[in-house]
Design a protein around this ligand. Structure first.
Ligand code: PEP
Length: 253
């Protein structure tokens, strides 16, 4: 059986400046797990990436951007180039976070274009999906997430998808303190894996890493990570403090 390396990613959102970034990395950099055992990632705002990359140098910490554009360069005022992110040393890019879909009108088509651009530049997308409370209560969570995953993965190769990270984040659990139960999280993460198996094959589905996100914290990370289809966490609030970030990435200890 294929063993997937767990991946815990902090998503700082718009909460840190370069000075705080440098302090955070200094506090965690020598206490991280080996990246071959658990990948510890921080996703930071574009303005903090130079400080994050500089301070993370030589450590096990991997660096993610929280978004990028789908073109490498050109007349796109205010956007972030995936080509430049790669040149800077960024490993991952989060795309399709529910905040970007809701507040910035990012569509499934945009997300798919971004996934292609990120792979074409030698980085790995972390593709977010997840249903609203209304969709869940209508009994449509599974079909909603399946449709989002299919749209995001359109025309990606099997090799690309085998390396992809997909984050299942029920919108009703993000920043609300309401975690999906580990059974609810597992249920939809299994749907995500099955969607990949249907689109590609079981081998690709066995390799894709699936994170759960939504009020993950030190107190619930172990139970979530014990589920067979949950390979990691995408963590907002609890990733902002070095102590809790370290507890999360060292969940195995
Ligand atoms: C997120 O930002 O993706 C998230 C899941 O946030 P929180 O952990 O704060 O719920």
């Amino acid at each position: 059986i294929f063993v997937r390396t767990p991946i815990i990613a902090g998503n700082w959102k718009m909460n840190m400046n370069p000075e705080q970034t440098a302090e955070f990395v200094k506090a965690v950099k020598d206490k991280l797990p080996k990246a071959t055992e658990v990948e510890a990632v921080i996703a930071a705002p574009a303005v903090d990436l130079p400080a994050l990359l500089e301070n993370a140098k030589g450590s096990e910490l991997k660096v993610a951007a929280e978004n990028c554009y789908f073109e490498d360069e050109g007349a796109f005022t205010g956007e972030t180039s995936p080509k430049v992110l790669k040149e800077m040393g960024v490993d991952y890019v989060i795309i399709g976070h529910s905040e970007r879909r809701d507040y910035f009108h990012e569509t499934d088509e945009d997300i798919n274009k971004k996934a292609h651009a990120i792979f074409n530049n030698g980085m790995t997308p972390i593709v977010c999906c997840g249903e609203s409370l209304e969709t869940r209560e209508a009994g449509k969570a599974e079909e909603w997430v399946e449709a989002q995953v299919k749209a995001a993965l359109k025309d990606l190769t099997a090799e690309q998808v085998a390396n992809l990270v997909i984050a299942y984040e029920p919108i009703w659990a993000i920043g609300t303190g309401k975690t999906a139960t580990s059974d609810q999280a597992e249920e939809i993460c299994a749907v995500v894996r099955k969607t990949v198996a249907d689109l590609y094959d079981q081998d690709v589905a066995d390799k894709v890493r699936i994170q759960y996100g939504g009020s993950v914290k030190p107190a619930n990370v172990k139970e979530l990570m014990a589920k067979p289809n949950i390979d990691g966490g995408l963590v907002g609030g609890a990733s902002l403090v070095p102590e809790s970030y370290l507890e999360l990435v060292n969940f195995n200890d």
